[in-house]
Design a protein around this ligand. Structure first.
Ligand SMILES: [Cu+2]
Length: 269
């Protein structure tokens, strides 16, 4: 009875996990060409965990029933140092870890693959506590770069053209931040003094939440942005808007990144 109730609980749990709106087993629906690899790894890990779980619960149940105490004055046989079992529970976890490790490395290679020629280069600058996105070598600005710049009180959007390969160069103006778009199932540290790079293609138009995922100081929680994956025409139109408002060339950095609206103190923590 208890066992069947536990099994029912498991089924309900899985249903809740899989049934969540717009998610796959707790993962957001992928909007990048790399998401499918992460999804496969995630599903595989769940299946592996379930197989190991069912096997282990089965063994526990079998041992409990098979070797239960049958009468008041009889003690079940006490067994120690069973070599085959000790070998089994040493070797089995090593195999499980080795298989998971192999698939993790495989997916890592696929996600980090940068063989495709990038059609767009976007520099992402993390700064306490906002993001600047610099679109380089774009036709709209006659080959010059244009930029979107955010502040802690007014985060900016990152615009991307759908189905086109984008290379991201990540740099930081001060401390370590991390560029994270959950729908792209990818994040990468943004480190002062070095440029981290990755390439990917957004595959579905829409708005996606982005955030800093490295605790970077007092107003870390303000380092939000929205990724707007749009058609190429809308993307070009946005770049033209940036040209029209004069956001061309090298950005000087977001104004007021060290102060927050409604808080005049220096937020240097
Ligand atoms: Cu940050």
């Amino acid at each position: 009875m208890r066992l069947s109730r536990g099994f029912l609980g498991l089924c309900v749990g899985l249903l809740v996990l899989t049934g969540c709106d717009g998610t796959d087993f707790g993962l957001p629906t992928g909007a990048s060409d790399r998401s499918e690899y992460v999804d496969t790894l995630w599903f595989g890990a769940w299946i592996a965990a379930l197989v190991v779980g069912v096997f282990t619960w089965g063994l526990i149940g079998w041992a409990v029933i098979r070797y239960r105490r049958r009468s008041e004055d009889e003690t079940p046989p006490q067994v120690r140092y069973n070599l085959p079992i000790e070998v089994l529970y040493t070797v089995a976890p090593v195999i499980v870890v080795a298989v998971l490790f192999f698939h993790t490395v495989e997916v890592q290679e696929q996600v980090l693959d940068d063989d495709q020629e990038a059609e767009h280069l976007i520099q992402v600058v993390g700064e306490k506590w906002a993001w600047t996105f610099i679109y380089t070598d774009e036709d709209a600005a006659g080959g010059e770069s244009v930029y979107d710049v955010g502040t802690p009180s007014e985060p900016t959007d990152l615009w991307l053209p759908v189905d086109e390969v984008v290379q991201f160069d990540l740099t930081s103006a001060d401390v370590i931040h991390a560029f994270w778009v959950p729908a792209f199932t990818y994040k990468e540290d943004v480190i002062p003094g070095r440029t981290n790079t990755f390439t990917m293609t957004p595959i579905t138009e829409g708005d996606y939440a982005g955030r800093c995922s490295e605790l970077c100081g007092l107003y870390h929680s303000r380092m939000l942005f929205t990724v707007r994956v749009v058609s190429r025409a809308d993307y070009d139109a946005h770049l033209q808007d940036l040209v029209d408002v004069g956001q061309v060339g090298e950005p000087t950095g977001p104004e007021g990144t060290r102060t927050i609206a409604g808080d005049e103190s220096e937020g240097d923590a």
